[in-house]
Design a protein. Structure first.
Length: 247
């Protein structure tokens, strides 16, 4: 897969919140269809809204979200991942990671070669270890790593022996990932996930974007473990995180 140059802009965009403050007049991001080769990843709208102590993440595409999935690679090493992602300006500490650890993003993913939600049985098969091939949700902390490609992003690795703050539902992988078990809902062209928050006020002040992307597990299975390898579409067009959370 080809590296998308938009990835190189992500870190700077997320750290430019002060410049973005007050510039967004509406909360939903809309986009023209036709920017992605596969309609199922061609974003036409992305949003985050709050009600009470919950936030709902939504994304609409030109095709059918969740209809396309990667072909199994046969092993964890080199395993492909497809994802619908909401990069945000939220600090990672909001969900239990270390303050300032990187770009906090909410993601709905699928990867048939491995399971990273050991607490949940998303496929209702009676076991919790075979759900990678079912769409499920994560919090991930992203950051750049040239090992993944020039300026490319990865899910940030946990160095061997390090013990950073982690959410209670961290799945045990040596990366900054959380598997909270919030179930995605697919309705026609729209995908949505409702997520409870202890600090809903922080969410209400956040900015966001919508991204569809492919990731891949590194052949060495660590350092880096999971790289972004291709961006299918970006709601804003430039990953500037202009979306404003609405009620």
């Amino acid at each position: 897969m080809t590296q998308n140059p938009i990835l190189r802009q992500a870190l700077g965009a997320a750290t430019s919140l002060a410049l973005l403050a007050g510039t967004a007049t509406g909360h939903e991001l809309t986009a023209d269809a036709g920017n992605a080769t596969v309609a199922d990843f061609d974003i036409v709208a992305a949003d985050i809204t709050t009600e009470g102590r919950t936030a709902t993440f939504t994304m609409s595409v030109a095709g059918t979200p969740g209809a396309a999935s990667p072909d199994p690679g046969g092993a964890l090493a080199g395993a492909p991942v497809f994802s619908y992602v909401w990069p945000t300006t939220l600090d990672p500490s909001v969900v239990g990671f270390e303050t300032g650890a990187g770009i906090l993003a909410f993601a709905v993913t699928i990867h048939p070669d491995f399971d990273d939600t050991p607490l949940f049985d998303e496929s209702n098969s009676g076991t919790t270890g075979d759900d990678g091939g079912t769409w499920h949700s994560h919090w991930v902390v992203l950051g750049p790593d040239d090992v993944c490609g020039d300026g490319a992003l990865k899910v940030i690795d946990i160095p061997e022996g390090a013990t950073p703050p982690l959410p209670l539902t961290w799945p045990g992988l040596p990366i900054l990932i959380d598997s909270p078990g919030w179930s995605p809902v697919f309705e026609g062209p729209r995908l949505s996930v409702t997520v409870p928050f202890a600090d809903i006020g922080a969410v209400a002040e956040a900015r966001f974007d919508g991204v569809t992307a492919a990731l891949q597990v590194n052949a060495n299975v660590h350092a880096p473990l999971l790289c972004v390898t291709d961006v299918f579409d970006v709601a804003s067009g430039d990953l500037s995180l202009p979306g404003q959370v609405g009620q």
